[in-house]
Design a protein around this ligand. Structure first.
Ligand code: OSB
Ligand code: MG
Length: 368
């Protein structure tokens, strides 16, 4: 498979509803799309870097520049057998996992199309339907959040995750539990707490949460291990897990009992499969995280979620929760059982709306 050219596009897409976490509010996305041109086949993927360096140091401008100046030049002109070889070709660049993932995942899409196979099968997936949950951001009022939970439960979603931070945590969790004593409920702090919040964090144990995601620093494992020993509630690590070795360390130190796999955060589908295998071997359940993706990134998340150890409902939900109109066809839809059935078509199983993509494109660059 010869990598002849790579195209970058930046799309501007307003979110239907703002998304707020402990690190800030997003109202509109700057979406970076990557296309790999390989001998008559076009592989597409989405870079999940955000609008600013808040979830991680990567953001759209670092991803764009790193791909343009270093990563695409390491790939263009190369002939590879498999997408998985991309990681080695890009290994001179330290970090920048989201930028690397976009390129590697575009090649996975190209490989699946070339082999006339569904991407999920190529990844080694076995599930034909994936379990869906939702991640609900911080709202302007408790009532607004309660209304959103009601809507998502009515739609069939299997797990509700709310974003928490000091001042938006115990009171709202108590309200939710009072109204819905039995739902699968979890929370995500995106690093909003510190070890001296221990007595406060212990109170989360009252709410029978499936997990508390990333309570402490984004780059920490050791302090999470100390915290996990003090809590009944399972810790789930997101930001802290950048690759398989981080998963190994976190598991060996008992820093968490659950791991969230985001393909962008770990640098691509190959590494995501390795993290998955590491967790499976140690009986640590995983689930697929989300980064407010368009249907392009979402389709890759669906494919990844078909692997065996994706045992918990992920943050992979319907396009219509985010976008007036998504850039893929059909849009990502969720059944009333709170699942996404997996397509049997070659590639991701979703077609691109190229006219819409062209209309939303603010800048593009072809690298040859
Ligand atoms: O921590 O999981 C996170 C969105 C942006 C950045 C970080 C996170 C999230 C989400 C949203 O929780 C998940 C989704 O795409 O619905
Ligand atoms: Mg998270």
């Amino acid at each position: 498979m010869k990598i002849e050219a790579i195209t970058l596009r930046e799309l501007h897409m307003p979110l239907k509803h703002f998304f707020e976490t402990s690190f800030g509010r997003t109202t509109s996305r700057r979406v970076l799309l990557v296309t790999a041109h390989c001998e008559g086949v076009e592989g597409w993927a989405e870079c999940v870097a955000g609008e600013g360096p808040f979830f991680s140091y990567e953001w759209i401008e670092t991803a764009w520049a790193t791909i343009r100046d270093f990563l695409a030049p390491a790939l263009v002109g190369k002939d590879v057998w498999q997408a998985t070889e991309a990681a080695t070709l890009m290994s001179k660049v330290r970090g920048h996992n989201m930028a690397k993932a976009a390129l590697e995942n575009a090649l996975w899409d190209a490989e699946a199309q070339q082999k006339q196979q569904p991407l999920w099968k190529l990844l080694g997936g076995t599930r034909t339907e994936i379990a869906c949950g939702v991640s609900i951001g911080i709202q302007d009022s408790h009532d607004e959040l309660m209304k959103q939970i009601e809507t998502e439960l009515a739609a069939g979603y299997q797990r509700i995750k709310i974003k928490v931070k000091p001042g938006w945590d115990l009171e709202i969790l108590a309200k939710i539990r009072k109204r819905w004593p039995d739902i699968l409920l979890s929370c995500d702090a995106n690093s909003a707490y510190r070890p001296n919040d221990l007595e406060h964090l212990r109170k989360f144990d009252d709410f029978n949460l499936l997990m508390i995601e990333q309570p402490l620093w984004d780059d920490d494992i050791f302090q999470h291990a100390k915290l996990q020993r003090e809590l009944k509630t399972s810790i789930c690590l997101d930001e802290s897990i950048r690759h398989e070795r981080d998963a190994q360390a976190a598991i060996a130190l008992d820093a968490c009992r659950i791991i969230n796999i985001k393909v962008g955060r770990v640098g691509g589908l190959t590494e995501a499969i390795a993290v998955h295998a590491q967790c499976l071997q140690h009986n640590i359940p995983v689930w697929c995280g989300g980064m407010l993706e368009t249907g392009i990134g979402r389709a890759h998340n669906v494919a990844l979620s078909t692997l065996l150890n994706f045992r918990l409902p992920g943050d992979v939900s319907a396009s219509k929760r985010y976008w007036e109109e998504d850039v893929v066809e059909p849009e990502i839809e969720v059944t009333e059982r709170g699942t996404i059935p997996v397509s049997k078509k070659a590639g991701t199983g979703y077609e691109l709306k190229k006219d819409l993509i062209a209309r939303l494109t603010a800048r593009s660059l072809e690298l040859t």
